[in-house]
Design a protein around this ligand. Structure first.
Ligand code: TYD
Ligand code: MG
Length: 461
């Protein structure tokens, strides 16, 4: 059915509304509704999206078969995807401009090309010589890697359909345009239509497609958020903390977990994998200073040591400040209340800042003990015991509760020279003797044993 009418789309969340509104009722954003005239074919059936007619099939068909994956050999990248790129999948790689998305995509493309797969790299933002120069600098020259500087979706579609591609990269989706939409490249309609076209091509050709998308904070240009529900996998490439550190994170993954992170360092010669992130995250940790605790956290299947920092100070404002980054602020509020009520620390009228060094985000209950120790350490001006790491969940009654992966966490701490690791008594059975375990059942016990300056006899077991 051909529609010739106007519709109103939110640039923030992509919701379609019958008329213009100041505020999107779907996501609550202000001034994000854009007018858009629709002249394209209605594409509600899957066949029109994928180009392949669909029929009902038994759910048992092909059950138990893991999707075949294309491993790029860039281990940090493959792991975030769940073991490589799934054929016919469509992945969005989002991130701030200049963070290194093109560099990452070019390095991935080169690795696929080097193994004999033909790669189509559609570059809509750089000239051929610019893109080639970058490839040259990265040592990513291979005849199987074809650079195509084009922004017209029709031309790109024709190329994709013509060739037998192992991988297609569209850098960026915002630079593409299709004549079926009257609006400018980068507008909501253009981005959505072009992404839908790539989706159709990916599913039809069984070639995986990677869409690069710039994130814009103000939402003026249609951002990748609009595309999140259309694609199979959403990766965000972020740089925080150390200037050269880059973290690749899956926020949606139809073919794997979203817990894994990939860590890279941006150097002159491109992105280098950081296979041992613990060493990097702890590199600048101050010693003998109060307010710092080391957490053996789990990032997906991998243990990673991170430093939790806290600063507790006199408040000069009417209501004390609480600023938290890297951990859940609600969780920190709860821990402050428990520290106050169960461990007798005075915090209610003091400013509290909590931060995870290195720009890492920790979102697991096992972080509680390290956060609580860092806060207690700063509050009491007593450093956490030298050479001690800590993990465990803290309950409202001030109890320290068992968490998963205790063995891997304690082993990672030992690997990095931590002589002792404070952990919940309930997890003690999972940790081999000799791992330097200091087991605790109560927060008060943890503070007594974990901070310098008071009785610190090890729990022998
Ligand atoms: P780029 O991949 O162009 O970012 P994006 O596609 O996300 O906009 O990378 C941009 C920055 O990375 C640029 O400022 C230069 C830097 N860079 C390096 O430090 N080393 C390198 O080898 C390359 C290719 C880029
Ligand atoms: Mg780029």
């Amino acid at each position: 059915m051909v529609r010739g009418r106007t519709r109103y789309v939110c640039a923030e969340c992509g919701a379609v509304h019958p008329g213009w509104m100041g505020r999107c009722p779907e996501c609550g954003a202000w001034n994000t509704i854009e007018e858009e005239s629709v002249t394209t074919e209605d594409s509600r059936s899957m066949a029109s999206v994928t180009g392949v007619a669909s029929a009902p099939r038994p759910v048992t068909e092909g059950a138990g078969e893991a999707p075949e994956r294309l491993a790029t050999g860039l281990a940090e990248f493959d792991r975030v995807l769940g073991g490589g790129i799934v054929p016919g999948s469509i992945t969005l790689v989002g991130g701030d401009p200049g963070i290194g998305k093109s560099t990452l995509m070019l390095q991935v493309s080169y690795r696929v090309a080097r193994e004999g797969g033909r790669v189509l790299y559609v570059s809509g933002e750089e000239s051929f010589s610019q893109a080639r120069m970058r490839a040259d600098r990265l040592g990513a020259l291979d005849a199987n890697l074809l650079l195509y500087t084009e922004t017209s979706m029709d031309a790109v579609a024709a190329q994709i359909e013509k060739g037998d591609w192992r991988l297609v990269v569209a850098d960026s989706i915002q630079s593409m345009h299709t004549p079926s939409m009257p609006s400018a490249p980068g507008s909501v309609g253009q981005v959505r239509e072009c992404a839908a076209e790539y989706l159709r091509l990916a599913k039809g050709m069984q070639a995986p497609v990677m869409l690069v998308g710039h994130v814009t904070k103000d939402g003026v240009i249609a951002g990748p958020r609009l595309l999140e529900h259309m694609v199979d996998t959403v990766l965000y490439f972020e740089g925080e903390g150390r200037q050269s550190l880059r973290i690749l994170r899956a926020v949606k993954n139809r073919f794997g977990s979203t817990n894994e992170i990939g860590v890279f360092e941006m150097r002159e010669t491109g992105l280098h994998e950081v296979l041992d992130p613990s060493a990097l995250f702890l590199g600048e940790r101050p010693k003998g200073v109060s307010g710092s605790a080391v957490l053996p956290g789990m990032e997906g299947t991998r243990p990673v040591l991170v430093e939790v920092q806290a600063l507790v100070g006199e408040s000069h404002a009417g209501s004390p400040r609480r600023a938290v980054s890297g951990v859940n602020p609600g969780r920190v509020s709860l821990l402050l209340a428990v520290l106050e009520k169960r461990a007798g620390l005075r915090l209610c009228d003091r400013d509290v800042f909590v931060n995870v060094a290195g720009g890492v985000k920790v979102d697991e209950p096992a972080a509680d003990l390290a956060v609580a120790l860092a806060v207690a350490s700063s509050c009491l001006e007593r450093p956490v015991r030298e050479g001690m790491a800590a993990f465990g969940e803290v309950g409202l009654a001030g109890e320290v509760r068992a968490v998963d992966a205790a063995r891997q966490r304690a082993a990672e701490a030992a690997k990095f020279g931590f002589e002792s690791c404070m952990l919940p008594r309930g997890s003690a059975a999972d940790v081999p003797p000799g791992a330097g375990a200091v087991t605790v059942a109560r927060l008060t016990e943890a503070i007594r044993l974990g901070l310098e300056g008071q009785g610190a006899e090890k729990d022998n077991q």
